[in-house]
Design a binder for this molecule. Sequence first.
Ligand code: A2P
Length: 302
Amino acid sequence: MNRLEGLVQTTTLNNGVEMPRLGLGVWKTNNTSAKESVKESIIKGYHLIDTAKQYGNEAGVGEGIKEGLAATGKNRKDLFITTKVFNGDQGYQSTLDALNGTLKRLDLTYIDLYLMHWPVDGKYLDTWKAMEKLYHQGKVRAIGVSNFDNDRLQDLLNHCEIVPAVNQMEFNPINQEKDIMAFNSHAGIQLEAWSPLGGGEALNNPTIKQIADKYNKSVAQVILRWDWQKGVVTIPKSSHEERIIQNSDIFDFELSDQDIQAIDALDQAKRSLWYPDFEWHTTGQMTDTVDQWDDSPKNYKD
Ligand code: A2P
């Protein structure tokens, strides 16, 4: 399979919606850079773009989408856009309102996948009710969660009308979240990896480097191929054109079972330092802002 054929491969979510299996992430990317990466990725054949209100770059992503579609002649329906409701907007009415702001910044009429960015204790059930309403209204084609551990996911499952389609977690060779993966898979929830490349530690791993050399591929490509073969959807972030291409050039080789097992064995259950558990959001370590990487001269606020 070549690169472009790989980029149109989808997984069928539990509501029947087809979601591309590999896309572009834009965390820690300002509006200008997000616009360029998104446009470039669409030109290079990507269909899945993942952003969030909290990234402060929905407006740049929206512009990138417009420019990418204009450059390729593709239509909105050829793309699959994910964004997320952040902590400060959680609760029933505020979640409904938040989507309007998000649609305005992105300049879109609907979202393909709307995720709850973090489970805010005491609010996530009300937030989910609002997301179910948005789904019924047709403003979002699928709804899911992010950063839900098994206890909170079980609680949500006990109360929800619609089972989340996706759980987006930090997932990479150093942090494989095996219990969460098993729970999600059992519940029919698609696992999606944020930070699939795992920062420096995974990219510098000598075991993966050895495997990469054998296939004449980069470490990043081997990690993304490992995700692919495990059925995990990935959204590697890159602001560099050659890496945007490289990260999607993973369809002309196949890792052996032995290689997969060697990478599986690298798990240290080691999450990124900034969230040692799933409760950081109640500690106020991160404010709810669309400004943090916002370099845009325009005013995109709600
Ligand atoms: P850059 O944007 O400068 O290319 P993740 O999505 O796992 O969080 O990883 C993102 C980080 O990995 C970014 O710092 C990105 O840097 C870098 N990165 C993305 N693709 C590659 C690649 N193919 N090789 C090395 N580093 C990469």
